[in-house]
Design a protein around this ligand. Structure first.
Ligand SMILES: Cc1cc2nc3c(=O)[nH]c(=O)nc-3n(C[C@H](O)[C@H](O)[C@H](O)COP(=O)(O)OP(=O)(O)OC[C@H]3O[C@@H](n4cnc5c(N)ncnc54)[C@H](O)[C@@H]3O)c2cc1C
Length: 181
């Protein structure tokens, strides 16, 4: 199983006052891994499974699933009874990668469109906002002049690759390059 990289995550929400419970965000045990994201009045829960195994998890049944969650994070206790239908559970395929080139004539990709982020780590939204601010600052003048060029668009990626977090990830062979508008 590979964490945070091309894995599958089962997402669901568990209600309740999160402040009174342990503020750990990851729970590992019995071959399983779960992340809990504190959303104030509920936990957003991500249970990580190997790619292609979601049907097996479903076939084992909700009781089995809840038992695995209880073993990992006993403090969730009876709140796990809320999970009484698979309708409450969503499968998310996680990919962390980025475009090698964010722009082409007439188009600039920023945020997740340029660099898909893992839901865990809390950087996705920050990076998307940073990209938007950089784009606004760098493109305001050329847009006002009505003479924006590809070179202007390139400045946004260059700036963010130099200062943003996205240079933490080397492009994988599957990294997409945007070709054509
Ligand atoms: C389950 C989950 C939990 C996450 N938790 C966190 C977290 O706790 N902290 C964090 O930092 N990041 C988190 N992320 C990642 C974060 O959501 C993204 O990195 C961030 O939202 C990227 O912002 P964005 O503006 O680039 O894209 P988005 O927020 O995805 O915005 C794109 C928008 O474009 C709209 N859109 C799409 N197609 C079209 C179309 N054809 N026409 C018009 N509109 C369209 C979409 O509806 C959407 O509103 C999470 C992601 C997921 C999936």
């Amino acid at each position: 199983m590979c964490l945070f990289w091309r894995n599958m995550r089962i997402f669901f929400a568990i209600s309740g006052e999160t402040r009174s419970t342990p503020r750990r965000w990851n729970y590992v045990g019995a071959g399983h891994f779960m992340v809990l994201i504190d959303r104030g009045d509920y936990w957003q829960c991500g249970f990580i499974i190997p790619k292609g195994k979601f049907n097996e998890v479903r076939q084992d049944g909700l009781l089995e699933f809840r038992a695995a969650l209880t073993k990992l994070a006993p403090f969730l206790g009876s709140r796990l009874d809320e999970l009484d239908t698979w309708e409450m559970v969503r499968l998310l395929t996680v990919k962390v990668d980025r475009l090698q080139q964010w722009q082409c004539p007439g188009l600039l990709c920023i945020g997740d469109a340029a660099h898909a982020m893992s839901p865990v780590g809390e950087v996705g939204i920050n990076l998307a906002i940073q990209d938007a601010v950089a784009a606004a600052n760098l493109l305001y003048d050329p847009l006002c002049r009505g003479s924006i060029t590809l070179h202007d668009l390139e400045k946004v990626q260059k700036r963010q690759m130099r200062h943003g977090w996205c240079n933490c990830w080397r492009p994988s062979p599957s990294c997409r390059e945007f070709r054509g508008a």
